[in-house]
Design a protein around this ligand. Structure first.
Ligand code: S3P
Length: 172
């Protein structure tokens, strides 16, 4: 099986994916890192020097590759399911489950404000209020895509272990 984690930046896809992969003995693949290795540049540098459209093309190309990995948990980028026909590619992948880690706008803002410098889409936003407004609009646009997941976990009130436990309960 291939477990595909989706959700906004800062929703915990990588932490949950790593932990879950140990429990079920699957390989963990962080898709941003996967792209960075293939392109030979950090995501933030790809955005800076080649632009977002180039990044989205690489994302689309390597999604088709990564989605075929078996016994794998793939943490996608926050935007991956939202461009081109990526959602179809994800939904139609064989023996796969799409899992949405759903967090509130306020929790995402709190988490992302501390680490926004490494995230090209939000690094320019100066105050927490402006970040909250940006994330609110962005999640509003993207939520209909994320909500197509097979499994939706509301993570706000849950510890990392509880999120992992909830995913396992839904899966098996
Ligand atoms: C993006 C999310 C990032 C990364 C890129 C664009 C997005 O991934 O792919 O900065 O469009 O939401 P994470 O969700 O892993 O931070």
């Amino acid at each position: 099986m291939t477990l595909i984690l989706v959700g906004y930046m800062g929703s915990g896809k990588s932490s949950v994916g790593k932990k879950l992969s140990k429990v079920v003995n699957y390989n963990f693949i962080d898709f941003d890192t996967y792209i960075e290795e293939k392109v030979g540049m950090k995501v933030s540098d790809i955005f800076k020097t080649k632009g977002e459209i180039f990044f989205r093309k690489q994302e689309h190309l390597y999604l088709k590759e990564v989605i075929t990995k078996r016994k794998a948990i793939v943490a996608l980028g926050g935007g991956t399911p939202c461009y081109g026909n990526n959602l179809n590619i994800i939904k139609e992948a064989e023996h796969s489950k799409m899992i949405y880690l759903k967090s509130s706008i306020s929790n995402l803002t709190e988490r992302l404000f501390e680490e926004k410098s490494s995230r090209p889409l939000i690094s320019h936003i100066d105050t927490k209020e402006n970040l909250l407004e940006f994330i609110g609009k962005h999640v509003f646009e993207r939520a209909p895509i994320y909500e197509q997941a097979d499994i939706i976990i509301k993570t706000d009130a849950l510890s990392l272990d509880k999120v992992v436990e909830s995913v396992l309960l839904e899966l098996f």
